[in-house]
Design a protein around this ligand. Structure first.
Ligand code: FES
Length: 280
């Protein structure tokens, strides 16, 4: 069993958990993910790694309640445990595999939308630990949904927070902030954008216009997480790719987001049924 060392409510429907998983904590890198299962009846839930502490042997995951599986998971408290934690899965982030000397010459922009802020955080923290200052834009719908602001402030070179409704920080979506900063004269060699698919799609359209190569981390439906079931299939640059083994990061300018979103929508009815059954 994998004990939850701390479960903390971060925002409406968003929970952070530090989970005892020493082997994963020892081997994971930013960009990778886990699959957790609460018990033998539990759904297999892919979770991006938000942080890890190799000494304490813990990994941090952040979840938002969107379906029956995540509702059940959010009910877990400090001291409870997961039956399975499988990982680290997927490939580490492109940037953390790049030689430090090369990275130090680059101007890097990270963009986190909503829950996407959680997987952006370990990459920015890694950059900070290696002496690389990066710009970070964090976007959320409203002030209450901004997460990890203090943690991000501690590791980002420059942090820009924005809310869609203007209730906190700058006003407007992350794409507007990218455009505004570019208009103010900011330039970047590469952008890493993680968030809901629709946000990544529009972020990529913006960065394409500005000529900034962009990496996205794809979060389609996953089942086994090891390349066998095909559930996480994507089209990238006209080729079939599996997010769990070929990604989760891809060249955002080559991802067919419309198809990815259509595939995600196919499971909505099933998810809705599971949620109704959970609530009964
Ligand atoms: Fe099954 Fe990726 S989750 S192939």
């Amino acid at each position: 069993m994998y004990r939850i060392v701390e479960a903390k409510h971060l925002a409406d429907n968003i929970v952070r958990m530090d989970v005892e998983a020493p082997w994963v904590a020892k081997h994971c890198l930013p960009g990778q993910f886990l699959i957790v299962r609460e018990d033998e009846r539990g759904e297999r839930l892919p979770m991006t790694i938000c942080d890890y502490d190799r000494e304490a042997g813990t990994v941090t995951i952040v979840t938002q309640t969107v379906g029956a599986g995540t509702y059940r998971m959010a009910e877990l408290q400090t001291g409870d445990a997961f039956m399975d934690v499988v990982g680290p899965l997927g490939n580490p982030s492109e940037l953390v595999k790049t030689p430090i000397d090369e990275l130090k010459k680059k101007k890097i922009l990270f963009v986190g939308g909503g829950l996407g802020t959680a997987p952006v955080y370990p990459q920015v923290k890694w950059m900070h630990e290696h002496g690389i200052d990066v710009d970070v834009i964090v976007g959320a719908k409203t002030k209450d949904l901004v997460i990890l602001e203090d943690e991000m402030k501690a590791v980002a070179g420059q942090l820009y927070v924005t809310t869609d409704d203007g209730s906190y920080g700058r006003s407007g979506m992350v794409t507007k902030v990218i455009e505004d900063l570019a208009a103010e004269g900011k330039t970047w060699d590469v952008c890493v954008c993680i968030g809901p698919m629709i946000m990544m799609k529009f972020c990529c359209l913006t960065t394409k216009k500005l000529g900034i190569p962009t990496i996205v981390s794809m979060n389609p439906i996953m089942v086994d997480g090891t390349g066998m079931c095909g559930a996480c299939r994507l089209i990238v640059g006209g080729e079939v790719k599996f997010a769990c083994v070929d990604g989760p990061e891809f060249d955002g300018h080559k991802v067919d987001f419309d198809l990815a979103m259509k595939r995600q929508a196919q499971y909505k009815t099933e998810e809705g049924r599971a949620l109704l059954a959970f609530e009964e």
